[in-house]
Ligand binder design. Sequence first.
Ligand code: HEC
Ligand code: HEC
Length: 330
Amino acid sequence: MKNKLSNAIFTVCCFLSVSTALAVEPISPIQPVKNINLAQVELGKKLFFDPRLSLSGHISCNSCHNLSLGGVDNMQFSIGHNWQKGGINTPTVLNSSMNLAQFWNGRAADLKEQAEAPIVNPIEMASNHVLAIKVLETIPGYVIEFRQVFGSAEITIDRVTSAIAEFEKILITPNSRFDQWLLGDPSAINDYELAGYLTFKTSGCVACHNGPGVGGQSFQRLGIKDVYETDHPAQGKADVTGKVSDINVFKVPLLRNIELTFPYFHDGEVETLEEAVDTMARVQRGVTFTRQENARVVAFLKTLTGEQPSFNIPTLPPSGPDTPLPEPFL
Ligand code: HEC
Ligand code: HEC
């Protein structure tokens, strides 16, 4: 009886939300990118895939942000230089232009600023900016391309990170089934998934997970209603500001393509979407989802998987006679 009643309520709600979808929904469809410098995108794509930006010649941005795996590597902690494990779960680069800042604690203002860090991070690519530039300057194909793209052959970190950031801007995933529904196709998601969306809304998840990225719009405390148990040392924004009030305040992650980007949370402790949803309900909202509620929210979240970026794998220009040799680790 209760089920029948709630089904009836859902039917009414779904009818209402379809007819007014664009006007009132807290989540908006992913829009096409505008004002893109296509020449920089092509160069940035090469740099994103080029392992020669790492000391070992082995690690590229794509090693950890694998574009065939939703922009992550599905590991709790990524493997970097010398088999070192990263200290925090790798977020996706997909739709990362929709974040109000970059990194879990927001310490980089934008994609360009972010891109400087991994090249020199000793546990990631372990190079330095002088070496990385020297590598690029001795690869004749890059010298030609930097000249074409920027008007002069000068290769600087500023230009490298501009191109990478421009490429990352095209890594959006539009046209998910949920976006098709938002745009007015009532058959794009089924009633069960729609019921999951309504639970997601009525449970208050949309207070933080909203906008085109379904997150990425604010910093929020992890563990508002109940403690999030973890041994992980990250303190979120407090690590940047030193403020006690910022302890455990993290950037709200994007939930786009969330079924692809396991494991979950900054400590990568949670393997399944089911457990992540239950944890969020408990620690952020102080509610315990029934199995049915959990299952339909998970079903809704899976409708957020969009069209993955698709392009030809770039052919990288060959090294020249003076290109510093890679220093592989054993
Ligand atoms: C060894 C693995 C590794 C490599 C290589 C790597 N990253 Fe990351 N990336 C990470 C980790 C881990 C984080 C999260 C760090 C944090 O928040 O403190 C991250 C964060 C990011 C973010 C922020 C996303 C967000 O939601 O905040 C972007 C964008 C990004 N990386 C792009 C790049 C680019 C571009 C490159 C190549 C120049 C690169 N990464 C190389 C592991 C890696
Ligand atoms: C008060 C803000 C807030 C609310 C409300 C909230 N979340 Fe979150 N959510 C966050 C933050 C912050 C994180 C990142 C926590 C971390 O790992 O440090 C997160 C992480 C997640 C993740 C894991 C994402 C990833 O990439 O690892 C999922 C899934 C998620 N939330 C779903 C939900 C669901 C479902 C609800 C409603 C029951 C909800 N959230 C309510 C702020 C919120």
